[in-house]
Each structure stands twice: as C-alpha cells, then as structure tokens.
Ligand binder design. Sequence first.
Ligand code: UGA
Length: 431
Amino acid sequence: MKNIAVIGTGYVGLVTGVALSEIGHSVICVDIDEQKVASMREGISPIYEPGLSELMKKNYEAGRLSFTTSHEMAFAGADAIYIAVGTPQKEDGTADLRFIESVARNIAEYLADYAVVVTKSTVPVGTNDYIKQYIEKHTDVPFDVVSNPEFLREGSAVHDTFNGDRIVIGSSTGLAASILKEINKPFGIPIFKTDIRSSEMIKYASNAFLATKISFVNEIAALCEKLGANVDDVAQGMGQDKRIGEKFLNAGIGYGGSCFPKDTSALVQIAGNVEHEFTLLKAVIEVNYKQQRLLIDKAREHFDSLRGKTIAMLGTAFKPNTDDMREAASTILARELVLAGANVVAYDPVAMEPARKLFPEAVDFVDSVESALDGADAAFLVTEWDEFKELTPAQYVSFLKEPVLFDGRNCYDLEKMKAAGIEYYSVGRPV
Ligand code: UGA
C-alpha cells in the first residue's frame, strides 16, 4: 500500500484516484475548487462517468480516499504525486501548460520527503524534463519524475482503467520505475517500461493514430458513396486482417471530444517546432473538419433550402455515455442549421445542460426523443445513444412530418429503413 496524492479531479485525475484507492492504496485528491471538493466529500462525482460514483463512495467510506484543497496536506507522507491537471489547447494549437507549471510550483514549495512525481496529463515531449528542472531549481528535497500517460476513454473510463491493454511507464531512474510498477501491479495489466520522452510520445502517437484510422475510414466512406459500395462491410472486411484490426473503423461524422482534436493539433505543432511538417496528420484534421459538417451538406442537397425546416437533433454529446460537449459535431451542426434558417429541436439523455451553454439561443431543447421528432421535417442522428439505436422505423414514420433521416452514426439497417419508406441518408452506405 502506498500513499498517493492526485492533483486535479477532472476525468483523468478523479478516475485515477478512485481506481488507485480501489486497488488498496491510500489516496488523497487535491483540487483548488473548494465547491468541487466539498461536493466530492458528500459523495457527489463532478463528472458523469458510469460506475464512478459507486466506487468513489465505497472507497471514501472505507477511508482509502479523501479530498482536499490543501497541497501541503496532500503531499505530507506521499510516496507518489500524480499530476492530472488539464492541458487545454491554446489558439495556435499548442498545449497550454499553465496548470502544469502551477503544480510544479506547488510541488517545489511543499515537497517534504522523497516522492515520485507522476505525470498523467498529456504533455508535449520534453515537458517532464522541464518539470524536473523546475522543481530541482526550487527545492533540495530528492524526487524523481515519471511519465505515465493515460489511455482511458470517457464514458468507459472506469472499465478502461481496470482493463487497459498496457500501462506505460517512462522513467530515467530504476527506483522510480520500480515504485510505479509496484503501485500498478494490482491492476494486473502488462507494463511497458521506456524512457520519459518515448513515453510522452507514445500518448500523442496513439491518439494521432486512432484519429488517422477514423479519418481514413471516413474518406473511404466518401468514396463508397460515390462508387456504390457499403463502408460498413468494407471496414469489416478490412478489420478482419489482424494487422489492421476492426476497432476505430466506424465511419461517421468525425471525432470530437477533449482529446483527439486537441492532441492532433498539438502534435502538428510539436512537429513544426522541430521543422517537421506532419503532412499526414494535417490531412487527418482537415478530413475531420469536413466530416463534422457532413449532415448539413447532405440535408442541403436533399432540401435545397433549410430555411423554415424543423430539424430534430438526436444527441448533443460528442459520443454516448458522456455529458461532454467539447469539440462535439452537434455544436457546429446546431450553429450552421440556425444560420441556414432552420428550427432546431434538440434532445440528449444527459448532455442538454452543457449543450444549452454552447448552442445558439434559438435552439429548442425538449425532454424526450419523441418530443424532438414530433412534427419535424427531418432528424439528424448525431450521437449513437442506445436509446436512439432502439428506435424503430415505425416510430420515425409516425413522428416525423415526412420521414427523412440523416444518420451520422450508421445506426440502422438500410433495408428496414427502406422498407418503412424512410428517406434514409447515412455515412458511406448506399441511399
Ligand atoms: C480517446 C482515446 O480513445 C483514449 O484512449 C485516450 O485516453 C483519450 O482519447 C485521451 O486522450 O484522454 P475519448 O476521446 O474519450 O478517448 O473517446 P473515443 O471513444 O476514443 O472517441 C473519440 C471520438 O472518435 C468520438 O467522437 C467518437 O465518436 C469518434 N469515433 C471513434 C469515430 O468516429 N469512429 C470510431 O470508429 C471510433
């Protein structure tokens, strides 16, 4: 059992802290937001993440998990200090390291005894060296810095933490690597040890590669539409080749979220800083830009003009099982629909509050999928929530004025939609 401090209680920090306490460590999570800390002490999770609240409550009550706003208190007796603060994107696409820098200052100020400083946040290659130098300059207390990137997905963060494919540990000292290995052993996940810079790069390269897979299949989808092929079958046939793999080949309206858009732009910038033009990744980003607007293009082709049309928007979150709206295609679609003179009626099972803040004021929000569809000229399926996947063709026919459906996530069977008389447009499949 180790004493662990986790700084930052966003997706990564809170899930990491809760998971580390679940495997038996004594964890104290630090956040500067007093209100957030107070509500976590009441057992209320600040984020919607399946399974998280239950585990949080269980470990809090067992005394293995606590919350504080005091860095000093959290660092006292800590064997490891996990940095899990955000690295938002600056306007020029680079990662904003303000929060990382402020944590480094706090560590330098309050570190009392040897500890391993573990970077969970996604940081540009070289940042851990910078953190190390900064802390070294301001304290005589010994410490090591380790890069330990996070690969969890929002919406399945708890599951991913306990079932990851690998745990990457980038360290320049044997002592720090062995402490991290010991901490992570109870997860039973293979550990890959490397140097710090390679570890930092593994995180960016992994996200950039997954984004590439998505943009690649979306380009194939565009070709399939023109050539009369079906991208679902194409992806399945490709994916059966183990070298390609079947995952992350779902064509649709592109990738959103807090990671892929930010990390791909940051990697292009990182490459640019060392005079390398990352041509491939730039194209991946460009394809995604087009893809997020695809449903509007299809609707314009169908209706000629969208003025006065009522569009039911099914789903606003960037993907199912999360209330996260960051870089969600829905925001772009809502804005463009309103600009084109359409009326938008939106529904999402959990992400309506954040959507209200981002969508144009003219968008109406309703509290059921039926109310969204009722009397609309067409539906845009934006997020593939189970609730939407379970809708039958008959429901679309009975609620929509003329049954026209633009499905951005290929949720339904083409034949069934056709048989029900629905004008069904999906991505990369025959109309
Ligand atoms: C992603 C990675 O999958 C995680 O491994 C990583 O840890 C995380 O970023 C991060 O860097 O923190 P996440 O953004 O939560 O996780 O979501 P994903 O499930 O990967 O989906 C990202 C986007 O890609 C979504 O908009 C999704 O709809 C889209 N997507 C995904 C597709 O369009 N097609 C696919 O086949 C898969």
